[in-house]
Write a protein that binds this ligand. Structure first.
Ligand code: TYM
Length: 329
């Protein structure tokens, strides 16, 4: 079975609708017929300052959300990045292969560092290189992510190619797995910007009170005119709502457009608020259930880490050998 790997940051505790529709929903689907590895990337989280207590809690909350959203630990390998030391180890090797200019071209770094009020750490700069190590360790065929990760996937392929040509074929070249319709979910208050935890505004969080989410959806910025049609250029707000509606219900955008013919933006937003509430309520219940039994949750993660290490350690050892390290007995 082809292998997939992906990761999500525990930074904010709650995932948002963009994380789910852009990535996690695909993770759930792919575990059916792929050898899937999914990790909560706590090493990536500390590229910006974290409160230790919150980081520990948010890492568990993230794992609980993945389980509640449908990741099945018997089918997929679910683990915490820092439990598998090979990530940091291969990360170092990849850093040594990356050009300074190459890393400087990463747009997410430029974005994040320009928005940051605090001093920017070197870890934020090398962040995508660690991400490359995450992926290459597992020899992943596909990496299910949102559109914003495309450039990091390109870097990953470049680094794999460079290592392979310098030391001999070692890493598989992974492909980004990006589902076009939901690759970029937009902010409800600014439908030209992607929904993102770091730019608060119209961000729908999975763990907030659904009443709050429904309200955010009802007050989403819509466009001039009154017609409910899918037109990303001229009607980004309405189109974003239709995308979300379609993804949550499994109904096509075309059929929604037919249904809402003659109705107003208010109707669409009110209904979507209800659709979301109905979808998220049982998810929240399951998250609570997983968090009520932290011992079992930690056990799932320990088992995942063990499986992950079996794969990761083989790749790391092979790369050590290629590089010319004297292998420890
Ligand atoms: P993170 O934690 O920011 O986001 C997790 C996933 O959610 C996707 N996403 C979106 N998709 C659609 N619309 C949006 N508005 C939206 N916002 C976020 C992201 O594309 C991502 O797939 N660097 C990664 C974490 C990572 C990783 C990896 C991913 C670390 N190592 C290895 C893949 C493979 C990140 O910051 O994701």
């Amino acid at each position: 079975r082809p292998r997939v790997l992906s990761g999500i940051q525990p930074t904010a505790g709650s995932f948002h609708l963009g994380n789910y529709l852009g990535a996690v929903r695909q993770w759930v689907a792919l575990q059916e017929d792929h050898d899937a590895f999914y990790c909560v990337v706590d090493l990536h989280a500390i590229t910006v300052e974290q409160n230790p207590k919150e980081l520990r809690q948010n890492t568990r909350v993230s794992a609980a959300q993945l389980l509640a959203l449908g990741i099945d630990p018997d089918r997929a390998t679910l683990f915490v990045q820092s439990h598998v030391p090979e990530h940091a180890q291969l990360g170092w090797i990849m850093q040594c292969l990356t050009g300074f200019g190459e890393a400087s071209r990463m747009t997410q770094f430029k974005d994040k560092s320009s928005r940051s009020e605090n001093a920017v750490g070197v870890g934020l700069f090398t962040y995508p290189i660690l991400q490359a190590a995450d992926i290459l360790l597992y020899q992943a065929h596909y990496v299910p992510v949102g559109e914003d990760q495309r450039q990091h996937l390109e870097l990953t392929r470049d680094l794999a190619t460079r290592f392979n040509s310098r030391y001999g074929k070692t890493f598989r070249l992974p492909e980004a797995y990006i589902v076009k319709d939901t690759a970029k979910i937009y902010d409800l208050q600014d439908p030209t910007a992607k929904m993102s935890k770091s730019v608060p505004g119209g961000v729908v969080e999975l763990l907030e009170d659904p009443k709050r989410s429904a309200k955010k959806i009802r007050s989403a910025v819509t466009d001039t005119g009154r017609e409910i049609i899918f037109d990303v250029e001229n009607k980004p707000g309405v189109s974003n709502l239709l995308t979300i509606y379609s993804a949550l219900t499994g109904r096509s955008v075309e059929s929604l457009v037919v249904d809402y013919d003659g109705k107003g933006y208010g109707d669409l937003k009110k209904d979507l608020g209800e659709v979301f509430t109905e979808w998220v309520t049982p998810v929240q219940e399951r998250v609570r259930m997983y968090l009520d039994d932290v011992a079992s949750l930690d056990k799932i993660l320990a088992r995942g880490a063990e499986r992950a290490r079996e794969v990761a350690s083989v790749t790391l050892r092979r790369s050590y050998e290629k590089i010319g390290f004297v292998l420890p007995e």
